[in-house]
Write a new protein. Sequence first.
Length: 285
Amino acid sequence: MIKENKSENNFDLCKKNKKGILMVHFGTVKEEVRKKTLDSINMNIAEKFREFQVREAYTSRMIIKRIYKKEEIRKNTPKEALRLMAQEGFTHIVVQASHVINGLEGEHLKDELRYFKDDFQEIKVGEPLLTSPEDYIETADIFKREFGSIEGAVVLAGHGTRHHSNSAYGMLQTVFNMRGMEGFYVGTVEGYPALDDLIPQLRKKGVNKVTLVPFMIVAGNHAVEDINGEWRETLEKEGVSVEVIMKGMGELPDIQQIFVRHINRALNSEEENMGNKKDEILKSI
């Protein structure tokens, strides 16, 4: 649990501190997509936090391997990036992932951070895109501004997961509905709801035109193969006219701003030890 702490944080206590932000991305093999999304996010963070040095890491080892074979560029894993930052004398760091939900990738990242708890004076961790209720509301409003004038239904295609965090997609759909965005639908490629779950809803509403939009940070292989491929073909067989907007969320400045806000929150918050809090309750009896 994160507790807000508006007082001066340890990152500001000493001008001799060497402060860094490690941006962690799943990654993408597509160079042009990297430039429009992940590189753009990194540059935006560097612009907003000029007193920090910004580094990056990729979590997908397969993507790291494929980029190296294709471009001879070696992206670091989070462990490698943290090890280098420790060697370079960083004292205080914020680790901010561009993950959409609090899923398996985020859990694995936190496991990796435990190896470095003694290498830095302080490590802060920013939250994924969809964490607080405000995140869901803000994200819904961003999509309404970007795509609300489109004729027909807008179907957002997320990645999805078997992890319990997949429920985030259902919560986002609830927020859409409660904010009067009845023409917006959320589906997933590898979770629930799948496209097959959405089609009966589209039939019931008499939808004959759909715009597919990746609900992913990058419009990478999933967007090309699954959304612009299988999803488009399936809907067209249903007699639905389909358009695809091949644009990852990472390209949207307002989405990038949510990650900026999460870094600020991490800097001005402290993690609350629930174990100690529970033990304190029982000391009085």
